[in-house]
Design a binder for this molecule. Sequence first.
Ligand code: 4AD
Ligand code: MG
Length: 445
Amino acid sequence: MKLNEILDKTLSEQSALFTNVKDLPSHENKQVAIRGWVYRSRGSNNLYFVVVKDGTGVIQCTLDKEQLGDATWKEIEPIYPESSVVALTGTVKKDERAPGGFEVKVNEFKMLFRGEPFPIGKDQSIEFLLDQRHLWVRSQRIADALKFKNSLMKACREFLDSKGFIEIQPPLFTNSACEGGSEVFEVKYFDTKAYLSQSGQLYSEAVIAGNPRVYVFAPSFRADPSRTPRHLTEFWQLEPEMAWFDFDMNLELQEQMVEYFCHYLAKHEADILKRFGRDPKELLAIKAPFKRMTYNEAVEILQKKGVKIKWGDGIGLDEEKILVAENKQPVFLINLPKEIRAFYMKINPKDPKTVLDGDLLAPEGIGEIIGGSERVADYDELIRRLKEQNLDPKDYTWFLELRKYGSVPHAGFGMGAERVCRWLLKLDSVRDAIPFPRNINRLAP
Ligand code: 4AD
Ligand code: MG
């Protein structure tokens, strides 16, 4: 069919007539129609190379003046990478020199939207790219990272589905902080105050009495002013919560899930992984079980390495890096002192100065990607834990009631999706795993 005839049809009819770039290799020596954004272009008097991207791939298209005729040839310029949108017909040819091994020899060419010169060039500063984020999200790099994150979540959902979980929706307006008072965003809520949710966990703990295995995948908000490569003020957290799960079962579920998504991504997103410099084989090598390291052991190791740390101190990223340095696999750091852990974590019966918590630390200097724990199921213990942390039990009335009516042992964890992408794609920062990142000085675009 002629290009003009295709373009005269409705968009719905057109979608069957244009071939996706990723499918071109199976049309070798055949005539195709494609459409998309100009990715790159260069030309001479008689020959023009236009690399077209359509969201499924990129393909080099060769335009020959003799073939196209003068009228169409004049139509080509000016042509602006990322701004200009084109449609063309041509023949798919194998060509070792073309990126991807194929090219399209163009018969007909039409500029659908010429646009203006794209404001983003090479070697721009990070701040400039963040200011232009609405345009930069279309870059191959960000587009890849977003697709990769989607596959990560697909894998997690597939894994949790197979274990009988259902997805639930907690509120994002809340009346109390889940993870600590100082990092909570206050918003005006009619004539009172509300807080943006830091975690869906407390709500999931209620829901498991009716659906014993649930998970939440939702935004979590943290009023954390620090600008680091691993903190966002708004990030996406996957939080499974399970009735009848103890501490060990919780860790086992986490390591199985991590193994599952690593293998899934190695299989389904090998091209993206390679573009980010990650050999998919490295993900296939991630295998449960992961090492468990107690806080007591960690302090000992750190002290032996000359780190100034005493029992009771927190473990920051610098310490996490040292603890995982010799591992290619993630490592669980477990049983931290109760004083530095959340009120909802159950006391470790074997060492009551510590709790039944575990952080999963990723290798390669990434640090914590998952935090989880067995929860306090006993009413009196929960009251004691709240008071120890100078929290007012009155602020947790409904949460305490869960321990009065049908309390069961339970556990859960939360995984930061952007942190996992940062690890697997070797991203400089979590910000490249979310389309419009938020931190203390960025609220736009
Ligand atoms: O360790 P956190 O704070 O744990 C919780 O919120 C628990 N309620 C989870 C649960 O048990 N259901 O956060 C969990 C994970 C961290 O391990 C990290 O991967 C990620 O969320 N995370 C962040 N990611 C990006 N930016 C931030 N500011 C983050 N804070 C935590
Ligand atoms: Mg944590």
